[in-house]
Each structure stands twice: as structure tokens, then as C-alpha cells.
Design a protein around this ligand. Sequence first.
Ligand code: NAP
Ligand code: HSE
Length: 434
Amino acid sequence: MRQVNLGIIGGGTVGGGVYQAVGRNGALMASRLGIGLRVVGMAVRDLKKKRAVVIPRSILTTDWAAVVNNPKVDLVVELMGGTTIARQVVLAALRLGKPVVTANKALLSAHGEELFEAAQRHGTNLYYEASVAGGIPIIKVLREGLIGNRITRLYGIVNGTCNYILTRMKQEGADFADVLADAQRLGYAETPPDLDIDGHDAAHKIGILASLAHGFWVNPKKIYVEGIRSVSAQDIAIASHLGYTIKLLGIVKRAASARSIQVSVYPSLVPNSHVLASVNGVFNAVYVRGDVVGDTLYYGRGAGQDATASAVLSDLADAALDLKCGTRSRIPPFVPHERDGDVSPIAEVCCRYYLRLSVVDRPGTLAKIAAILAEAKIGISSVVQPENRDGDSVPLILMTHDATNAAMSKALAKIAKLNVVKAAPVMVRVENFE
Ligand code: NAP
Ligand code: HSE
């Protein structure tokens, strides 16, 4: 049987999980592929570190280049994270014509174009199933399963850490900082976790999905990103009362008339009747609408050792088959085909809004706010004033009809200056999935 030797760079949560999974299911994969997988080298930063998954000392080194350059290593697996040394690792392996498997969405977001081009130039491949949505095989879905579709909508809950935090805040009234510490302990969070909670990890992933779905490498600087730091327990509770759940949502969509696409990540009110509202905990889900297939949904664990290892195994199978058959994969991992693709500025994006204002409870307050919204041509769809007082102020909740982000931010700047408004207005966008 053909043997494929793996060199793994990184032996942390994911690297340890892949080592363990190859041991557990290597024989099963061999019986399915006719290829044996064996880890012959693994680079880590600290040889003395105590590891949850025990790696034999004989294969460990701190010298990543020795692993990549080892002539016995057929296939390189980059699981160290970061964008500087990881880029050098991937480029070094590709230059040697060795296929690379990575879980590193930050790296792909920053350098994807260069890395795919290098793979092409050196006659090899770069695989990245584990980079988006943990164990959900969403890259394969877009690359192969839906290849005959134009993707008109894609919505993703793609950060396990944020979904875990928002879920526990909603279900248990748990404190943000405590839940984040749990997510770190469980191996869900990035290092540093700001990448998760400020929305950047989700933006890396949604950029990769948008690029695959639309055939051009999305410039990460053009992705509008807001994280979950400002989502309060009060807004989660009010949204719930109104029939919504707050989720950190990645959105990729093309408005009927637009040439460019919306690519964004921000907390959104999701109607409880929509399936994405019930995606809880560390689970991720990606909802994809194709012009031929219609609506499809993919669901699974979005972070953690085993879910991610499962996605890496799937790439190992593809890369090992390339080596065995002497062919590059049937459908290359990324094919740029849209020369004029671009991303719409957030100012042009249209959606509904939830507004929470802290106002003085006296006649004429609502009229002043409504006048500003009317002047901006923003329709109000509902108004609620819960009967709880916060000092001299009361909360006023407004739900609006569709408006551009430019119109809403202009209106909010005026509303914030009203003398009846006592604190900075809170705005959360509402997604209606049309
Ligand atoms: P991690 O637990 O921090 O592991 C990183 C590993 O890389 C560690 O073993 C570390 O060595 C090693 N390393 C760092 N710098 C190195 C260097 N210069 N030379 C050699 N080894 C080096 O991170 P992780 O959670 O496994 O994540 C790895 C990658 O997978 C990241 O790109 C992450 O975004 C991605 N990912 C993670 C998850 C998840 O749920 N954790 C899911 C999907 C994708 P030491 O152990 O000695 O410190
Ligand atoms: N930190 C990431 C998350 C890991 O929480 O989703 C999986 O990519």
C-alpha cells in the first residue's frame, strides 16, 4: 500500500487532535483510500511543554524547516497559526512541490491570493477545509457540491467562541468574561481571543467563503466587521422578548441591482422562526442559497480539537490521493474566475434596525426622534417602551424598516444630540433573510 508521510507544524489543540485522529482512524482511511498516513515529524515551539495528547519525543522538533525540508515528508500540515512564520512554512513547502493542508484562516485571509498562486506555479495544492466552520465540510460544498450554482446568499454563524458566549449569555444570563474563559479552556478561542470577540476570525472565514462563492479573492480590508463586545445582556433580553436572537452573523449577498457584493460580519437580530436562531453553543451553521438548488443548510461543531481534526483528515485524504494518483485534485481548491468582483461599502448596504434609546419620559420625545427618522426616510415598524426606569431615563425600543447604513448613521448622529436622549443610542442590525 502507498504510504504518505506527514510533517505537522504545530502540536497544540488542532495539531494534537490531528495526531490523535490519524492514530485512531488511520487504518479506516487506509482501507478507504488505499493509502497509509504516518506522522514522521512534528514541529512545536517548546519541547518541554506538557501536552494533553502525548506525541513521541522522537518525532518532535522546534525546527519547522527541518520538518518541511525532510525528504521523507510528502505532505506538510500547517497548524501553528499566525501569519508570518506560517506564511514562510506554507511557501517553503509549496516551493518543494509538497501539498499543504492548513487550518489557518488568518493566513489565508491575508495571503490567500499569493499562496494559491504559489501552489499553482509549483504544480501542487493548498487545502483549507478546517479553516472555516470547524467540522462542517463547507469548503467542499462550495467547491464541488454547488459548483453548478450561482450563490446569491450566504449567511454563516462561523465563530464558535462568539456563538458559545452569546448562547450562554442568553440561556443562563452568564457573564461575558466568565464564558470567554470557558471557551479558552475548551480550546475554542484563538490566541489572542480578541480575534474571536472583535469579529476578525469570523471575517477571515466569511472572506474565504465569499471568495470561493464569487470567484475573486476578497480583500479583507473591505469586509465590514463588528464583534460582540458591545452586545449587552439587556439587548439580548429585549430582542428575545421581541421574538429575536442576537447572533454574530457573516453575510455574503448580492443585491439584485448591484455589481458588487456585501461581505460583512456584525451582530444581527435573527428572527426566532429562522433556523439560524437555534444554532447554539459552539455549533456553527452556514446557510447557502444557490440559483439552481435553492436554500441549503450545513450545521456542526465550529471549533475544538476533534471537529477541526475531522476537517483536516478530509484534506489529508484529498492531498494524499493527489500524491498517489500523480494528479492534482479534480477541482482545484480555489479558481479565480471573476475579474471585476468587488465588495460594497457598508454605507450602501440596506437592512432593518433595532434601536435602543435611553430617553426622558415626557410628551414630545418620541415625536422628535420620529421626525429625524422621517427626514432620513427611515420608516418605523414598531415602538416599545418597557415600563422600567433607569434613573431619570426610560428605554425606548424602535424597530425600523429597510434603510441604508449611511442614512441610519446620519440619523443616529442627530438623535444622539437631542436633549431628550440621555445615552449613546444602541443600534443592532436586523436580518430578514429575504
Ligand atoms: P495552539 O493550540 O496555540 O497551537 C499552536 C501550535 O503551534 C503549538 O503546538 C505551538 O507550539 C506551535 N508553534 C507556534 N509557533 C511555532 C513555531 N515558531 N515553530 C514551531 N511550532 C510553533 O493553536 P490551535 O488552536 O491548535 O490552532 C492552530 C491553527 O488552527 C490556527 O491557525 C487556528 O486559527 C486554527 N484553527 C483552530 C481551531 C480550534 O478550534 N482551536 C479550529 C479551526 C482552526 P507549543 O505547543 O510548543 O507552544
Ligand atoms: N476560534 C475559532 C472559533 C476556532 O471560535 O470559531 C475555529 O475556527
